[in-house]
Design a protein around this ligand. Sequence first.
Ligand SMILES: NC(=O)c1ccc[n+]([C@@H]2O[C@H](COP(=O)([O-])OP(=O)(O)OC[C@H]3O[C@@H](n4cnc5c(N)ncnc54)[C@H](O)[C@@H]3O)[C@@H](O)[C@H]2O)c1
Length: 258
Amino acid sequence: MSDGLAGKVAVVTGAGAGIGLAVARSLADAGCRVVMADLDPSACADVTEAGVSVAVDLGTPDGVAALVETATTRFGGVDVLVNNVALAPYRDTFTAVDDAAWQRSWDVNVMSCVRLCRAVIPLMAARGGGSVVNIGSEAARHPKPYLVDYSVTKAALLSLAKALSIEYGPKGVRVNTVAPGPTRTSTMDSFLAALADRLSIDIDAAADHFVNEMRKLPLGRMNRPEDVAQVVLFLAGDRSRQVTGAEYAVNAGGTASV
Ligand SMILES: NC(=O)c1ccc[n+]([C@@H]2O[C@H](COP(=O)([O-])OP(=O)(O)OC[C@H]3O[C@@H](n4cnc5c(N)ncnc54)[C@H](O)[C@@H]3O)[C@@H](O)[C@H]2O)c1
């Protein structure tokens, strides 16, 4: 069975770096025309030959509207939507997170997805169906106090995906979640740099310490963005045509629960 992605229109949020950039590359390699949205899309240049990049703040209604407008005017609709953008600020204590900080995390991590799904799912249904993939996190089911608002938003995305999968399955729109564990992106590198400093070792040794001593990841290796992108690609295309409302963990076996 082919993945059926050649010629499809795919929207990827937070596509300027890390997992989003790897997802956009994989979809482009599969033949999609990719609409890549980011505050800073400069890194998207080498993937946009058959697509386009848009500089928008996805935490605002206007940013989301501009993205949808670009996808529809340039390509006439959307077949695949990957809601990847998120903020994951480290918090010292719960009480230090004020209303404005909660609101910003909610707007970027949840409302970007809500607004995009509201605009795009009817377009997918009008084309006979489509695939939405939300990038969650292991923090949804294993909340971290130092990522308190982030963890809450990722739990909310799970509920949203399940509700949408039930409502829109009959219209041919599938909605799934990919929940990464630790993944070597710039966010992770900042954390590893701080760990390296604390332990007086280099960053690769800090990564090794994190994987094998702190997290004890069964596969003994941290995700690369491409590892997450491959699972997104599966969920975006026809090979997963019977899969909806599901959550795929990509975490080297790092969550010990049934
Ligand atoms: N890296 C990890 O270890 C990890 C683990 C679990 C889940 N995730 C999830 O994977 C996804 C991607 O994470 P990442 O580490 O690749 O992120 P990243 O920080 O490397 O990249 C995020 C991108 O989003 C863009 N962005 C941020 N705010 C924006 C806004 N308001 N509007 C438009 N663009 C904006 C940034 O410019 C950046 O290019 C997120 O949903 C994250 O929660 C990551």
